[in-house]
Ligand binder design. Structure first.
Ligand SMILES: NC(=O)C1=CN([C@@H]2O[C@H](COP(=O)(O)OP(=O)(O)OC[C@H]3O[C@@H](n4cnc5c(N)ncnc54)[C@H](OP(=O)(O)O)[C@@H]3O)[C@@H](O)[C@H]2O)C=CC1
Ligand SMILES: O=C1CO[C@H](CO)[C@@H](O)[C@@H]1O
Length: 364
């Protein structure tokens, strides 16, 4: 067995050369307060101001995190010449309206970092991608499980060919998300809010599948009506690889008195090696680093690199860094809106496969 820091696994995000772009934030809820602003401060990013639906919330969060300005509206934020990129972190239906307003405003930003899900339908996601392209605004999506440190480390091993050809990848989540009030009444609960992270991660590791099989059932703990709670998804690839995600938001009656067994584990098997991982997020608000253990036929031992960073909040600098790098280099960002259409299409396929009880193909 070998342990130590993950030399050469690129588990940390690449950073832009400059950190001088001004970030304007739209939203001041949980994810902005406890993840975006914490991670940006650690990375040395410059947040110039924020706005929220309720001014008092914006003022409270700005004071807590040392953000210098509170704007009355999205339009006031856009009018500020110091705002280069807009970080949108509001519920999905509100995000649709806000991005529409941003791209039709007389002063558009250079870039937008949108939240996942980009939109609640593929049609609306496409509309946002196309309207940003028409307005010359670079669109990045905060599909930030790609920046989870174990997920990145595995991607490095896959790209390097260290594990051989992909055979089977699995993500097994037994954890309880804290649904926000805005999740009630959406057309999809788990698929578009939580499973989307795992579906995007599987796309990041393996690419787009040929077809999807899926089954969902309601979550006994979630009291409002919903279709998709516990999700079981299988992805089939034309090269023979298979992937599977178990998104168990019930995780047993752990909040109802039974002993808990909460966690997210993943596993990747290739023709020349295997890797086992954990995602530390369910330990939030404790900072629990994710892990990777891997072995190859070349040395036959388990490598167990470890690091101090955790997905929540540390990985949140990654997607913003990706947007800044794209603006510096004039290239497509790593999690571009256009790439993310593949993830939204996968969510749509999961809903269709489960409601129609059949395999659903994905057209490239
Ligand atoms: N990438 C990731 O890992 C994660 C992403 N998210 C995503 O971030 C987004 C926000 O989630 P979260 O911070 O947890 O949610 P919260 O409910 O904590 O915060 C929502 C924010 O959006 C504002 N808001 C709510 N409704 C509207 C509306 N109709 N119009 C305009 N603004 C509105 C709220 O304003 P106010 O309170 O001032 O009224 C608040 O600033 C979601 O899309 C979620 O999916 C969430 C967690 C993790
Ligand atoms: O994206 C997400 C990841 O985990 C969160 C924590 O509960 C979810 O609620 C969320 O929407």
């Amino acid at each position: 067995m070998s342990t130590g820091l993950p030399e050469g696994l690129d588990h940390l995000p690449p950073m832009p050369e400059g950190r001088d772009l001004g970030i304007g934030v739209v939203g001041a809820g949980f994810i902005v307060r406890d993840c975006h602003l914490v991670s940006y401060a650690d990375a040395g990013f410059r947040v110039v101001g924020l706005t929220s639906r309720t001014r008092a919330t914006a003022e409270e969060v700005a004071a807590l995190r040392g953000v210098p300005e509170v704007f009355d509206s999205v339009e006031a934020l856009l009018d500020d010449p110091g705002v280069d990129v807009v970080d949108v972190a509001v519920p999905p239906l509100a995000q649709l309206e806000i991005i529409r307003r941003i791209v039709s405003h007389p002063r558009t930003p250079k870039g937008i970092l949108a939240q996942k899900p980009l939109a609640m339908t593929i049609g609306e996601a496409r509309e946002l991608v196309e309207s940003c392209e028409r307005a010359g605004v670079v669109l990045q999506v905060n599909q930030n499980m790609r920046y989870d440190h174990s997920v990145r480390a595995l991607k490095t091993l896959i790209d390097r060919g260290a594990l051989g050809d992909p055979v089977l990848a699995t993500i097994d989540m037994r954890a309880i998300p804290h649904w926000m009030p805005w999740a009630e009444g959406l057309r999809s609960l788990s698929t578009f809010i939580m499973s989307i992270h795992h579906l995007d991660t599987l796309r990041y590791w393996l690419g787009d599948p040929a077809r999807v099989l899926a089954s969902t059932r309601p979550d006994p703990r979630t009291s409002f009506p919903h279709a998709d709670g516990i999700n079981l998804t299988i992805l089939e690839y034309d090269d023979g690889a298979r992937a599977c995600s178990i998104d168990d938001v019930w995780a047993g009656p752990a909040r109802e008195g039974a002993a808990p067994d909460i966690g997210i584990r993943w596993r990747f098997e290739g023709t020349k090696g295997a890797a086992l991982g954990t995602i530390g997020w369910p330990g939030w608000p404790d900072r629990v680093p994710s892990t990777i253990d891997y072995t190859t036929v070349d040395d036959g031992i388990w490598h167990r690199p470890r690091w101090p960073e955790a997905w929540f909040p540390d990985a949140f600098a990654g997607p913003m860094a990706g947007l800044m790098i794209a603006l510096e280099s004039g290239s497509e960002p790593d999690i571009s809106g256009r790439d993310n259409l593949g993830t939204v299409a996968l969510c749509e396929a999961v809903l269709r496969a489960s409601s129609e009880h059949r395999a659903v193909g994905l057209t490239p």
